[in-house]
Design a binder for this molecule. Structure first.
Ligand code: UFG
Length: 337
């Protein structure tokens, strides 16, 4: 299929472009490189001998969207482009509504102009908010606890309304749990700007000596060892879930939502131990207060992904930790080397 990937140069986007090319799809990327590097796409192109079309531009701009779609004629879109930092969304909510919600509306309108009726949307498990029960299935109530999460839930609703009102349209929102790791080649990976918000890139930067120690946010959670539990999923598995979602979208009409996780939770201390075991590098840490807004546990129910998409995660914690370390070692300053 001809697939337009917005935000295709980012962390999840670049791994998905790689998976799409490996699956034989044609790819055009729309990215403004505000939180991504053109180098990521150059490396994906080199790894696949693939030709990746590129439009540099803002997903809110009709001119950029038209430039990306004209000539290429996408049969489907995978929509990653957006802002993703919870803390920043609390201090700059309008920026988040503008880019994440406004970008989705502009994209759907452009799809209408260009006769494209299929979309896979990059959503987040954060739309569920604080869990009533675990594992989280897709019927769990949605009540996101921050503006970032609300932009994802609003975008899901807009896409559902569009799919309902558009003949032949087909859409799915994928609710990601905690993506980590890097492609096995160590050529692409997560490259956060500044101090990483997330656990895995922080651990990797402690391991490489860029940071002194990991602060563990809370040792008094009611979990096995007192630290927060999450469902970490290898980014290459997540990328392959998009390829499966694309096939699903191509074969039907209507709208659906689907979790993408592994179904297994790991605590912060378990992640530290897994990283140490996979790499042989000790991670010094300090137990600190809980981080505001955090929850005890977040684990996905994975039945729907298996039944609807025929997709299951394949990679384990040693793969996630080992590939993170290989990427970090080969690219100590990310794509800026
Ligand atoms: N943690 C630490 N120290 C750190 C960073 C994180 O102890 O320096 C802990 C957190 O308290 C949490 C766990 O590690 O228990 C995971 O934290 P992350 O920040 O890596 O991930 P979150 O689950 O908090 O958030 C992620 C994404 C959000 C998304 C959310 C829900 O960053 O965008 O998952 O799916 F909304």
């Amino acid at each position: 299929m001809r697939v337009l990937v917005t935000g295709g140069a980012g962390y999840i986007g670049s791994h998905t472009v790689l998976a799409l090319l490996r699956a034989g799809h044609e790819v055009h990327v729309l990215d403004d490189f505000s939180n991504a590097s053109p180098e990521a796409l150059a490396r994906v192109g080199a790894m696949t001998n693939g030709r990746i079309g590129l439009t540099r531009g803002d997903v809110r701009k009709d001119s950029a969207l038209d430039a990306a779609m004209e000539g290429f004629g996408p049969e489907a879109v995978i929509h990653f482009a957006g802002k993703k930092a919870v803390g920043e969304s609390e201090s700059a909510p309008l920026l988040y509504y503008d880019i994440n919600v406004g970008g989705t509306v502009a994209l759907l309108a452009a799809m209408d102009r260009h006769g494209c009726g299929g979309i896979v949307f990059s959503s987040s498990a954060t739309v569920y908010g604080s869990p009533d029960y675990l594992p989280l299935d897709e019927d769990h109530p949605t009540r996101p606890a921050n503006p970032y999460g609300r932009t994802k839930l609003m975008s899901e609703g807009i896409i559902a309304d569009w799919a309902g009102a558009t003949d032949g349209a087909s859409a799915i929102s994928l609710r990601y749990f905690n993506p980590v790791g890097a492609d096995v080649s160590a050529r692409i990976g997560e490259d956060p700007i500044g101090v990483p918000d997330n656990l895995m890139p922080f651990i990797a930067q402690v391991a490489i000596g860029r940071r002194k120690e990991l602060a563990i946010f809370g040792a008094d959670w009611p979990t096995r060892d007192g630290t927060g539990e999450r469902d970490y999923i290898h980014v290459s598995d997540l990328a392959e879930a998009h390829v499966a979602a694309l096939a699903h979208v191509a074969g039907r009409t209507g709208y659906d939502v689907c979790n993408v996780g592994t179904g297994t939770g790991s605590t912060v201390l378990e992640m530290v131990a897994a990283f140490e075991a996979a790499t042989g590098v000790a991670i010094p840490y300090r137990l600190t207060d809980r981080r505001p807004g955090d929850v005890k546990s977040y684990v996905a129910s994975v039945d729907k992904a298996r039944d609807l998409l025929g997709w299951e995660s394949r990679r384990d914690l040693p793969d996630m930790c080992g590939s993170t370390w290989a990427w970090q070692q080969a690219n100590p300053n990310g794509f800026r080397d």
